[in-house]
Write a protein that binds this ligand. Structure first.
Ligand SMILES: [Zn+2]
Length: 412
């Protein structure tokens, strides 16, 4: 048996088993009693509902991968990639358009398989727990817009990468790295004005108490914001959030309409102060720098596997190609990506603590930060007591009870 095939099958199956074990541990770890910290925020019934939500989502994820993984393995073993490659080559176009067709067919096929899952998640699970606000029209339009965007952005990136690997020889990985990073920065800049409005409506926050409270706080921190916007998150879900977008001059804060609806002005300023903390502490720039480094690493390792005949044989391919190399390398890179993700999450959790501390020291109303965190968890039915291994592997934010403890600890 081809050694690459063995390695890839081990990677796929062990990744699946790891998730299965961690998710099972995670569900078992959630006790049935409301944690003391949340007394008054959850009654027994609502807390039970939050646990059912966790169980239902976990089961859904397991069913999802239990279906998807055998399909993927069968597709590899039966030479599915080669069939699609022959179809793409049948158009007799140059290597870059052929690569785009190959990638397009694979992406479209996997997306189509995922649609029923997505329908179930939105219209059955989210609906059952009272989160769903998505209409059928929004759901369909979201899919079509997402595909169009993926075709434009993904197509541009893929064409560039294929072109460099074809023309630039052994330094191609370096050119790809620079070009992709430049493109990423470009996307970050245009995203708030070009991409995000495709999916949501943004409007300037109305003049009033909240707006002046936000402005007073920003001024006190010498923090310039291009604008404070509300986003119609309620178009899809009752879940709420807040975030910053853009860099430098284009920086804007976005508050979901659902967030404004459910929180007091002081809680909202606390949340904003947390986000400002991410900027002031350089988290945004450091995270971006880290992602640039890992992108470079990925392109370099990829360059070692371009047109590797044994790797192509594992996928029963008749002909080697650069576009095929990208896809097959993706399978080998998955465990590396998982390790990097754990590392990124570790840093991100540290940043979250730092941003919380920044919030309560610069806007000294720790109680409103704590109630904001509690309300957010309750509204979104977040798991209050995740298993430590689940947190270690998958959580970009620390569990809420730990965050509250950390905030309290600095005032004692
Ligand atoms: Zn944060």
């Amino acid at each position: 048996m081809n050694p690459f095939l063995i390695i890839i099958l081990i990677i796929i199956i062990s990744g699946y088993l790891l998730d299965l074990i961690v998710d099972t541990l995670n569900v078992r770890h959630a006790g049935t009693d409301v944690p003391e910290e949340f007394d008054g925020y959850y009654d027994a019934d609502k807390y039970k509902k939050s646990q059912e939500y966790l169980i239902e989502n976990t089961k859904f994820g397991i069913v999802n991968s239990t279906i998807f993984i055998p399909i993927t393995i069968a597709f590899i073993l039966l030479g599915g990639f080669n069939i699609i490659d022959q179809v793409a080559r049948g158009f007799n176009l140059g290597s870059i358009p052929t690569g785009l067709i190959f990638a397009g067919i694979l992406m479209l096929a996997s997306q189509i398989i995922l649609i029923p899952f997505s329908i179930y998640e939105t219209f059955v699970i989210e609906e059952k727990y009272g989160f769903n606000k998505t209409t059928t029209k929004t759901f369909i339009l979201d899919i079509l817009k997402g595909w169009l965007l993926a075709a434009v952005i993904g197509g541009a990136v893929l064409s560039g990468v294929l072109w460099f690997f074809e023309k630039a020889g052994s330094w191609a990985w370096l050119y790809c790295w620079v070009a992709v990073t430049a493109f990423q920065i470009f996307i970050i800049f245009i995203s708030p004005v070009v991409i995000m409005p495709i999916f949501n409506r943004f409007s300037s926050l109305k003049e009033g108490k909240l707006k002046s409270a936000i402005e007073t706080y920003s001024k006190s921190q010498h923090f310039k914001i291009k604008g404070v916007f509300t986003m119609d998150g309620s178009k899809r879900s009752t879940k709420s959030n807040a975030f910053f977008t853009g860099f430098g001059k284009f920086r804007r804060i976005v508050l979901f309409d659902t967030l404004i609806e459910k929180h007091t002005d002081e809680e909202l300023v606390s949340i904003l102060a947390h986000e400002v903390g991410h900027y002031k502490k350089g988290h945004i720039h450091k995270s971006f720098a880290l992602s640039v480094i890992t992108t470079g690493l990925m392109f370099y390792i990829l360059s070692l596997f371009i047109n590797n005949r044994d790797l192509f044989a594992a996928f029963k391919m008749e002909e080697v190609s650069i576009y095929g190399s990208l896809f097959f390398f993706g399978f080998l890179y998955a465990p590396m990506e998982r390790v990097l993700c754990v590392f990124r999450n570790m840093i991100s959790r540290k940043y979250e603590y730092d941003a919380d501390i920044f919030s309560v020291t610069t806007y000294p109303k720790p109680d409103s930060m704590i109630t904001a965190l509690k309300k957010l968890s309750v509204e979104n039915l977040s798991n209050l007591i995740p298993h430590p291994l689940k947190v270690f592997l998958d959580y970009s934010h620390p569990p809420v009870i730990e965050r509250i403890k950390a905030i309290r600890s600095i005032f004692i």
